[in-house]
Design a protein around this ligand. Structure first.
Ligand SMILES: [Zn+2]
Length: 472
């Protein structure tokens, strides 16, 4: 091949690769930032390096990880409304003070308290087989003798809509929806019981919302629609959903007996606020957050012990490093996220009059595996500034753009507040999510410490910049 042509091809290829990464990072839009601001952001390179170094290479990150492990081992699962969650909140409050940061406070929130009692299921036809079930909170109970009924296995809501009511009436609907993405498949967990009930079903079971199963059921919250007869609902394993599907395909009648009992009441819990008061604009806030509650199964190590801990650590470690940003940096440990963002909604309501003071809001609730960058919600201008800041953290500089991000902070994004959630190598997140497998064994010390270092350095820069992150 002609040498000049070969060089031409290489140049074109390089250009393509360069264009791709540029497009990728800037979401197909050119950013024109003020050169002064670009220079200012670049000037944070050394401070970012220093914060990362102190956490990664000195003993700071390791001792944070030890405190995190101790917390998970000591308290385990921390369901909304329980005594153990309140003890865990007290622990974090006292730990903050022990680390020398006295600006910690709590705000009361009324939260749901759903307690799982007994749950059993037995296949009676075509053969006797125990079926593992995990109730979806807050499900209603069966009668004492349980529900014995025939099963109909249904793949999707579309399929349910097409089936005559007389066929569904009196049956247990098993939603065998295969995992596509969490966002799509979770609809069966949240609305499955109501949709099945509208067609006259007496109970509904869902194939657990996970891409992978070792006979593990995964719980989560569900919602009964208005004016719908509330029917008991639970998750089953992939293995049992597949078995029932095969029996149905063979034309066999499947009969289950399901017995479930749980209780529900309301309790008072608390959001925890840890402030590193700003040196110039103390009324302006950059919030960094995670939720302290968890489901009752597993240990809530991944969801969201890791995210909560690295967020709590941000003001604590910056205070130790004597780094006071321009604005106040507030870590929030949300309570009662799992039943439906209860703590975050209460905070939003209570602080409605000062939402304009929130400059940027961050959350880590999708795992603390190897950090990759950020999922950003906000205007083009906000996104361009965050993209420029991320350049300081290469290779942790990937940027995804969404309309709203995270879980708790979506309601703040919807108010027009820009924000970001931690993008990490969480391909296996939903393997463990809301199941007994969410334990410290999921976590990797090196990765959690990397997340903590990135999270602290990034939060510092965002809260210290000379300009606010623009809303428009
Ligand atoms: Zn979570």
């Amino acid at each position: 091949m002609d040498k000049v042509f070969l060089i031409f091809l290489i140049v074109i290829q390089l250009f393509c690769v360069y264009s791709y990464t540029t497009i990728n990072r800037y979401n197909n839009r050119e950013c024109t930032l003020n050169p002064g601001l670009v220079e200012e952001i670049a000037s944070y390179r050394n401070i970012a390096k220093r914060i990362m170094y102190e956490i990664l290479n000195n003993t700071m990150g390791e001792s944070m990880y030890n405190e995190y492990t101790y917390f998970i081992d000591k308290f385990g699962a921390r369901p909304s409304g329980t005594h153990v969650l309140e003890k865990a909140i007290d622990h974090m409050f006292n730990l903050t003070i022990r680390h020398g940061l006295k600006t910690v406070s709590t705000e009361d929130v009324q939260v749901p308290h759903w307690t799982r009692g007994y749950e059993t299921a037995m296949m009676i036809r075509p053969r006797i087989k125990p079926i593992t079930i995990l109730g979806l909170g807050p499900t209603v109970n069966t009668s004492n003798e349980g529900i014995t009924a025939e099963v109909i296995v249904i793949r999707s809501f579309e399929e349910l809509n097409k089936i005559d009511e007389n066929i569904i009436k009196g049956k247990i609907v098993v939603f065998d929806a295969h995992y596509s993405s969490y966002g799509e498949t979770v609809a069966y967990r949240v609305n499955g019981a109501s949709k099945a009930s509208e067609k006259g079903a007496v109970a509904s079971l869902i194939r657990s919302v996970t891409p992978f199963s070792l006979y593990t059921p995964h719980t989560g919250s569900q919602r009964y629609g208005e004016n719908v007869t509330k029917i008991p609902t639970a998750a089953i394993t992939h293995e049992d959903a597949d078995l029932m599907r095969r029996f149905q395909d063979q034309g066999l009648s499947i009969v289950l007996n399901i017995s479930m009992f749980s209780t529900f009441d309301l309790k008072i819990s608390r959001n925890t606020l840890v402030d590193l008061v700003g040196r110039e604009d103390p009324n302006k806030l950059v919030i960094v957050s995670g939720h302290i509650d968890s489901w009752d199964v597993g240990q809530g190590a991944m969801d969201d012990g890791g995210g909560m801990f690295i967020s709590w650590y941000v003001p604590v470690v910056l205070n130790k490093l004597k780094l006071k940003p321009r604005r106040t940096l507030r870590a929030i440990l949300w309570t009662s996220e799992e039943p439906g963002l209860v703590g975050a909604i209460a905070y939003l309501k209570k602080h409605k009059h000062e939402l304009s003071d929130i400059n940027f809001i961050m959350e880590s609730d999708e795992g603390t595996f190897k950090p990759l960058g950020l999922d950003v919600a906000g205007s083009d201008n906000a996104r361009c500034i965050v993209a420029e800041v991320l350049k300081l953290f290469t290779p942790i500089d990937k940027m995804k753009v969404s309309k709203s991000v995270g879980s708790d902070i979506t309601i703040f994004n919807n108010e027009g507040i820009p924000g970001a959630s931690l993008l990490n190598q969480n391909d296996r997140y939903f393997w463990y999510h809301h199941s007994n497998a969410d334990t410290m064994d999921v976590q990797n010390k090196e990765n959690v410490v990397e997340c903590a270092a990135f999270w602290a350095a990034l939060s510092y820069i965002i809260s210290d910049l000379s300009i606010d992150i623009p809303r428009i």
